[in-house]
Design a binder for this molecule. Sequence first.
Ligand code: SF4
Ligand code: SF4
Ligand code: SF4
Length: 320
Amino acid sequence: MKTQSKPVFKELIVPVIVMFAFWGIGILGWSQSGYLQPIVMFGYIGTAIGAGLGLYGILPKLKKPLGRRLTLFLVGAFLIAFTFVGRENSQIEGLLFGLLAGIVQMAVIHYMIAKIFGPILFGRLWCGWACWTVMVLDLLPFKRPNGRLPGKWGWLRYLHFTLSIVLVLVLVLVFGFRDGATGTFAVIWFIIGNLLYYAISITLAFALKDNRAFCKYICPVSVPLKITSRFSLIKIGATGKECNDCGACVKMCPMDVRIPEYINNGQRVLSTECSLCQTCITVCAKDSLKLSFGFDLGGKDLLRERGQMVTSSAPVVGAE
Ligand code: SF4
Ligand code: SF4
Ligand code: SF4
């Protein structure tokens, strides 16, 4: 009995910590504001992420992707519904409108937790487990990308981020526009903005045969995430079991991270492109990878480019 329960217990450590961290944030928000919404929102999201991470940890390899899909749906659908009920704009422009107006609406709190301060603990967990754009993108058939486009295409997201800031500043400071954070117009902005994101991201996925092309080249939200996730305490690390450089993890990584080059160099995966989806852990036949806690500075992006060979030709077990 003991030999079976110990591994299950170990698999549940990170999910439980993440779940309690979210509940803690919700309780803190409630104690500071007096409103129940932070507990409802962060308690629900923490439970959904914890349940998905836990399922991912304990399910057999072939069934593991169910855990992530479940969390993506539970969190993504909830946040969209929450935005409608609260009549807010949760697009990045909604955050900027809120900050300029001094309104601490849920979108502001959401960005602070999921994209600014939270990633110091759990990196880009948002991108692997909770984003409502990827909730749809991950249903598309191009789960095994062929690597990144050569060149500096990733800079498009910085351009997008800058244009979003400039647009909001012009609307507020030049035209005196004040309705971008909450109210009817904010909801319309949110709907149109999301429809545009879905249209562009699905088109790109088919054009480049890569579900995550939008994340890699266009998404403005990845800009703050790439900064704060450098400090993430949770990253992909080594178990100590030898990596034989088979390349299966690289082949399946949706973000094209060259994982073994970090591991075989005695480092954790320091790329700020990692979404902590855990696909690499699942497909590693050598059990060389795990989620780990530690102190190190990310930012070193070793990414596979198109045409770059990976060594594995074996079938990959547990692939999404
Ligand atoms: S990069 Fe953007 S679209 Fe992709 S998962 Fe992250 S937040 Fe969502
Ligand atoms: S390195 Fe692993 S956890 Fe990170 S994105 Fe790639 S497959 Fe997912
Ligand atoms: S799948 Fe495992 S053994 Fe193969 S390269 Fe990746 S970490 Fe190494």
